[in-house]
Design a protein around this ligand. Structure first.
Ligand code: FE2
Length: 207
């Protein structure tokens, strides 16, 4: 007899570091709630929404691209995109931070006039974004660009290559920084960005 086991099509990926590894920039309490409740919540809700639909058994990327800009499937898109965005966000960070090097450092100098200018523009774009959303470093055809997206919207859905992101929803910073979103963005951008991850994303886009 074969037992049918119900498998969830989308899984919550493990954090790439311990929950307290990004403190004090992001506290273990924030990480516990942000990853353990918010991120997990999007994954759980998505699995409930796609159960028994044509999306069951497909990948997050496929779901996001198929439901992008489809008003009928807004709930599926929102939860799928938030699941992907959070996974991408955790990988955009690392405890040791650092600065870009090699080809990526050259591209940042070329497109932003230097690393310090990039950091300021990245932080300012996230700080000035109205409401919930994300700030991204993306690679276009010939140049890098910074953009902010609202709510769950992700540049990936439009076929853009994402290099790094920071979550600017209030749940990302309120416990540690209260209403001071610019302080949160500055601290994360200066201390936690994973430029190796960004370089891998850039290299992947060029193949
Ligand atoms: Fe978040």
């Amino acid at each position: 007899m074969t037992l049918m086991t119900k498998t969830k099509s989308i899984v919550l990926p493990p954090l790439p570091y311990a929950e307290d590894a990004l403190a004090p920039t992001m506290s273990a309490r924030t990480m516990g709630l942000h990853y353990g409740k918010h991120h997990r919540g999007y994954v759980d809700k998505l699995n409930a929404l796609i159960d028994g639909t044509r999306f069951a058994g497909t990948t997050l990327e496929e779901i996001i691209k198929a439901t992008h800009r489809n008003a009928q499937q807004k709930a599926i898109f929102n939860n799928a995109a938030q699941a992907w965005n959070h996974m991408f966000f955790w990988n955009s960070l690392r405890p040791s931070g650092g600065e870009p090097s090699g080809m990526l450092a050259k591209a940042i100098d070329r497109d932003f006039g230097g690393y310090e200018t990039f950091l300021k523009q990245f932080v300012d774009t996230g700080a000035q974004h109205f409401g919930s959303g994300w700030v991204w470093l993306v690679a276009g055809k010939d140049k890098l660009a910074i953009e902010a997206t609202a709510d769950a919207v992700t540049p990936m859905a439009e076929g853009k290559t994402c290099l790094l992101t920071i979550d600017v929803w209030e749940h990302a910073y309120y416990l540690d920084y209260q209403n001071r979103r610019p302080d949160f963005l500055k601290a994360v951008a200066e201390n936690l960005l994973n430029w190796e991850f960004a370089a891998k994303n850039l290299a992947g886009a060029q193949h």
